[in-house]
Design a protein around this ligand. Structure first.
Ligand code: BMA
Length: 387
């Protein structure tokens, strides 16, 4: 397609009569497509626009694996540690599809994929936002995500293991495509692949790639899922780590391949000036994320964070909220996601990031939840109808 035609095509407009506001003078409103997928479903585009609108005043709170298990329970319908403490589910639900590439029935943290699908449908039906990460195994060595063998060059187009990698993407695509409501609506997903690549622990780290191999891996993933597999329910989130944060643009896949820009950052318990230094570090990084996102027409987010086991019982207000509120630019992120509450009996003990009922940080978490800037699920407007 010629570049002029592409430009015309890419500024395609949608006429969405069902979204007409009472003030509209005609039956239709005109909406410019701002997602990288020009064929993104109306619900997916609405999610993008709503996140962009809401972030000016609010930050959505999210939690990983929230509905599947908590510190002291597993597989109880309707339960959530976050809801036990605050009365509301989180506004954002994080899930991980690691092992879907192996055709496994459960993910790497032992969540059955059929159950995960039902949790995703339930969260969406209640108005929540869904984000999915992918701790996939290494298609070159067969080892886990934490393998450090240089691999990208073997799986991008032309690489010896490209076809194997494509089977991984086929299985991923089948699952992402199966996330639909009972009436057949594809559930919009913030898909966050190849995360923390500025760190050194995953096989897709930029430390184990050369030249533009990481960008090629990202671009191929988007093009395969979107253009080859025809998935139009995805927003793509880019999330480097705090480690190597200054290298986040080295491997940038390009503005045409990313909808959401964030970063992942975890903390140690600290007090006094050391704690204040960490807070300043977060605020500065969020400012960078917000400024770059706004410049590029993207949505900024704090894609993963947490203090493991919350030994600082005031962490949510005196660290997380403080860091986001310390600067008006930093506070313009759309959401913050804290990591999972691993089950004490069946999984990793003391590996949790949200308070559970009875934990010493529960009271502070309620104060955090009641802050006017923070949104939980019961604060959300309709995220899937155009604003
Ligand atoms: C990590 C830990 C692991 C888990 C992985 C994927 O940060 O929580 O226990 O397997 O995420 O969810």
């Amino acid at each position: 397609m010629s570049s002029t035609l592409t430009t015309i095509f890419c500024t395609m407009i949608l006429f969405v009569s069902m979204c007409t506001s009472p003030e509209s003078s005609s039956d239709s409103v005109v909406i410019t497509v701002r997602t990288i997928d020009k064929y993104a479903t109306p619900e997916t585009q609405a999610l993008f626009e709503n996140l962009d609108r809401i972030r000016k005043d609010n930050v959505l709170f999210g939690h990983q694996d929230d509905l599947a298990y908590g510190v002291n329970w597993r597989g109880e319908a309707g339960r959530s540690d976050v809801k036990d403490v605050t009365g509301s589910y989180p506004a954002v639900y994080g899930w991980d599809v690691g092992w879907i590439e192996l055709d496994s029935t459960m993910n790497l943290d032992k969540i059955d994929f059929d159950e995960m699908r039902q949790h995703i449908i339930d969260g969406y039906n209640r108005g929540g936002v869904i984000t999915i990460s992918w701790h996939l195994n290494n298609p070159y060595t067969g080892s886990s995500s934490w393998d450090q063998t240089p691999t990208a060059k073997h799986i991008i187009p032309g690489g010896s293991h490209h076809e194997i990698f494509k089977t991984y993407l086929d299985r991923l695509a089948a699952y992402l495509g199966s996330l639909k409501t009972s009436t057949g609506t594809s559930i919009p997903i913030i898909f966050r692949p190849w995360h923390e690549h500025t760190g050194t622990w995953f096989w897709w780290s930029i430390d184990f790639t050369e030249g533009d191999e990481y960008a090629q891996l990202w671009q191929f993933t988007v093009e395969y899922l979107r253009d080859e597999k025809g998935l139009h329910n995805l927003l793509y989130a880019y999330s480097p780590s705090n480690t190597g944060f200054e290298r986040m643009w080295e491997a940038w896949p390009g503005d045409d391949y990313v909808d959401i820009i964030g970063y992942d950052d975890y903390f140690q318990p600290k007090t006094g000036e050391e704690k204040e230094n960490d807070i300043r570090g977060v605020t500065e990084k969020l400012i960078h994320i917000v400024e770059e996102s706004e410049k590029r027409g993207k949505i900024p987010a704090f894609t993963e964070t947490g203090l493991e086991a919350l030994p600082d019982s005031l962490w949510h207000t005196t660290f997380l909220l403080k860091a986001m509120k310390a600067d008006p630019v930093a506070s313009r992120i759309a959401y913050v996601l804290t990591w999972r509450n691993s089950n004490n009996a069946t999984d990793r003990p003391n590996h949790f990031y949200a308070p559970y009922a009875g934990h010493s940080s529960a009271a502070d978490f309620v104060v955090f939840r009641n802050d006017p800037m923070i949104m939980f699920e019961d604060d959300l407007p309709s995220m899937y109808i155009f604003p």
